[in-house]
Design a protein. Structure first.
Length: 202
């Protein structure tokens, strides 16, 4: 049986509390419940050191924004700091004209659970996105449903809808296959996302 490293378990426990506090839509709560049920069985741990990209210079500012707010977000941020040095920050390699010109160097994603994450598995993806100010992430879609937890200011878009601002502690649900995007404003954008890549049997 695989054992999960303590720092990762502390992060996942803190994230569970934060999602429970802020993910209020029934579909989101169902998705997170199934997500954490699957997490009860740990996956294979990835060995090796993490790596950062230049945009990670914005990380301290991004994390400082959320720490002034709700207790569960403070605990989540502190737990994230415990695992961040082990994360491999990467650029998205596929994007179209909807991305801003500064997108390539202005963003980074890190997988915490999932392909290339601290725990390697295909059924669940738990990651984080960091963007410098005034960067637009490209329109994209994917088959898995998705729940966001936002820890900064920023704007998001779903399908043909208008841009909206969840605010710090904002959470929302993406139905499977919907086109969506995000963009930062005057401060860095920082958001967690959880995807149930393999739907459980009902």
């Amino acid at each position: 049986m695989s054992l999960r490293r303590e720092s990762l378990q502390l992060f996942l426990d803190a994230a569970s509390v934060a999602f429970d506090d802020f993910a209020k839509v029934p579909e989101a709560r169902r998705s997170i419940r199934h997500f954490y049920a699957a997490l009860e069985q740990p996956g294979a741990a990835r060995a090796g050191d993490g790596s950062r990209l230049p945009v990670c210079a914005h990380l301290d500012m991004a994390l400082a924004v959320g720490s002034a707010y709700y207790p569960s977000l403070v605990r989540l941020i502190e737990a994230f700091k415990g695992i961040e040095p082990m994360l491999e920050w990467r650029r998205r390699t596929k994007y179209d004209h909807s991305a801003s010109d500064n997108f390539v160097d202005g963003h980074a994603n890190a997988m915490i659970i999932g392909p290339g994450g601290l725990e390697e598995r295909s059924d669940l993806w738990f990651g984080v996105t960091l963007m410098a100010p005034h960067v637009r992430y490209p329109d994209h879609d994917h088959a898995p449903e998705e729940v966001y937890l936002v820890l900064s200011e920023g704007e998001f878009k779903q399908g043909e809808g208008d841009w909206f601002s969840p605010g710090i502690g904002g959470s929302f649900y993406n139905i499977p296959g919907i086109r969506h995007a995000m963009r930062s404003v005057d401060t860095p954008l920082f958001a967690f996302w959880a995807l149930l890549a393999e739907r459980p049997h009902q």
